[in-house]
Design a protein around this ligand. Structure first.
Ligand SMILES: Cc1cc2nc3c(=O)[nH]c(=O)nc-3n(C[C@H](O)[C@H](O)[C@H](O)COP(=O)(O)OP(=O)(O)OC[C@H]3O[C@@H](n4cnc5c(N)ncnc54)[C@H](O)[C@@H]3O)c2cc1C
Ligand code: SF4
Length: 454
């Protein structure tokens, strides 16, 4: 019980920098059995576990930590896979510092339990030992259409299939997985892990239709007519721009065009959008996780220099701290407190900024320093400034209610303004996190199941 006083928090080891920047394989190694047991055994088993409350999936973290510490990997695997549709993926990509680990009781004093790394260890060890996710063998004679195969779509499909409900999944891309496949780079998440989950869904009876865009290759009315319910999880991947002059220049690209082009090249898919940054000076504008993915991808693609420009200071960066550390280790240069003013053929004119005093909510605003313009030279500029909803024509035509950011409006049962149509993930929330999309899919599935089993 008091092991946390004897054993320090320990992160999984990383591959050496010079080795890892040569490829797109994962940076972090998986804990071995001893390390996972040792770290899990630091848990003090809080009566009201904050980690569980803070995890969007409400994973029963102390229970699987206890089973790991006691070396019952089968039970740990079953508990972990009960509440999560893909624990080995979220253990790798969740920003744990602002979720479960951020709220661990030990965080401020002895260092949080390495929850994500133990979660990854449990599933990967379970898979090695032949455990697989379980699905219902008997069907209840109902069928749901899932539009989009990202974390929201995979999650809703997982929980529906477990309840014996048939699923047809429609995906406009050539591969399933959404941003797990085409957005998040391989050095954070090896792609075969996403495919493995998709394969299990197909094995459980799901029909997957890739290269099938709803509203183009198949009408939405058809889905509405032929299925007992429809779930929309089409994401929000339209890149935002700054509105400054020059951002439509040919040396400027959006983060998703860049990352998707590289991923398609890595898959050896037909690819008209590949952006070659080899031997180029690259500047990425933005300070979130997508910006970190772009700078680290540019390093791996052989850019001569890679700079990240961010308008606030380092303490105010919105993304995961560990990704900033990884970027610095890999050779990315950070320029803080600069705001882009215009984009030229040879780089970005920036103005320097300072941060105001914090207001009542604790937020500091950005103030431009007068006459502080200068040129940050670059051959290629990548904008990583966030995403918004695309609003495809089938959504417009179906007259589903939208919020003012074009997100689909849902009620507390995840139903849109048409009660047969459910939605979740980024297409409802705006750009967010994979774990929140997964949680939406899980809760939506619960309401769909309640409705169809009535
Ligand atoms: C570069 C990048 C890095 C990220 N890194 C992290 C991270 O480290 N950790 C984290 O938690 N989150 C991360 N995120 C956020 C996370 O990936 C998203 O929040 C999550 O993927 C949203 O899931 P979703 O299922 O709602 O949408 P998506 O993953 O966007 O999936 C939507 C799917 O719907 C398909 N689709 C769209 N329209 C149609 C149509 N008409 N017909 C058929 N299919 C359609 C799309 O092709 C796509 O496959 C990152 C995002 C980006 C862009
Ligand atoms: S899913 Fe994410 S937030 Fe939940 S326990 Fe796993 S790493 Fe933590």
């Amino acid at each position: 019980m008091l092991n946390f006083t004897k054993v320090d928090r320990n992160n999984p080891s990383k591959r050496g920098v010079m080795e890892r920047i040569k490829d797109f394989s994962e940076v972090y190694n998986v804990f071995d059995k001893n390390k996972a047991q040792e770290q899990a055994d630091r848990c003090i088993g809080c009566g009201d576990p904050y980690c569980h409350n803070k995890c969007p999936l409400h994973n029963i973290i102390p229970a699987w930590l206890k089973q790991t510490a006691q070396n019952d990997i089968e039970l740990a695997f079953n508990i972990s896979n009960e509440t999560s549709p893909f624990p080995e993926i979220l253990g790798r990509i969740c920003p744990q510092d602002v979720l479960c680990e951020g709220d661990c009781t030990l965080n401020d004093t002895h260092g949080a339990i390495t929850i994500g790394a133990v979660e990854t260890h449990i599933s990967e060890t379970g898979f090695e030992q032949g455990f697989k996710p379980k699905f219902a063998s008997e069907k209840i004679g109902k069928k749901v259409a899932v539009v989009g195969s990202g974390p929201a779509g995979i999650s809703v499909a997982t929980f529906l299939l477990r309840a014996g409900i048939d699923v047809d999944m429609f995906e406009r891309a050539s591969r399933a997985g959404g941003l797990l496949t085409y957005g998040i780079p391989g050095f954070k998440l090896d792609k075969f892990r996403v495919q493995r989950r998709i394969d299990w869904l197909v094995e459980a009876g799901m029909n997957l239709y890739t290269d099938c865009e709803i509203g183009k290759d198949k009408s939405f009315e058809e889905l509405e007519k032929n299925y007992d319910a429809v779930f929309i999880g089409i994401g929000a991947t339209k890149g935002k721009k700054t509105g400054i002059s020059g951002e439509d220049n040919e040396n400027v690209y959006l983060a998703m065009e860049f990352l998707t082009g590289i991923q398609k090249r890595n898959f050896e898919e037909e690819n008209t959008n590949f952006i070659d940054v080899k031997d180029k000076n690259v500047v990425v504008i933005g300070g979130g996780d997508t910006a970190m993915d772009c700078v680290r991808t540019s390093i791996r693609e052989g850019a001569t220099t890679v700079k990240c420009l961010y308008r606030r200071d380092e303490a105010n960066m919105p993304g995961s701290k560990k990704e900033v550390v990884n970027s610095k280790e890999e050779g990315v240069e950070f320029v803080f407190n600069v705001s882009p003013k215009s984009i030229e053929s040879n780089g970005v004119i920036v103005e320097q900024t300072t941060m105001s005093e914090a207001d009542e909510s604790g937020r500091q605003s950005v103030k431009i320093v007068p006459n502080s313009d200068y040129l940050e030279e670059a051959d290629i500029i990548i904008l990583a400034l966030g995403f918004e909803q695309e609003l495809p024509s089938f959504i417009k035509e179906s007259e589903l209610e939208l919020d003012r950011w074009n997100g689909l409006k849902i009620n507390e049962k995840y139903q849109t303004s048409n009660s047969k149509i459910y939605a979740g993930g980024d297409s409802v929330r705006g750009a967010d996190l994979a774990v929140r999309a997964a949680a939406d899919g899980k809760v939506a599935a619960k309401f769909i199941i309640d409705n169809l089993k009535r």
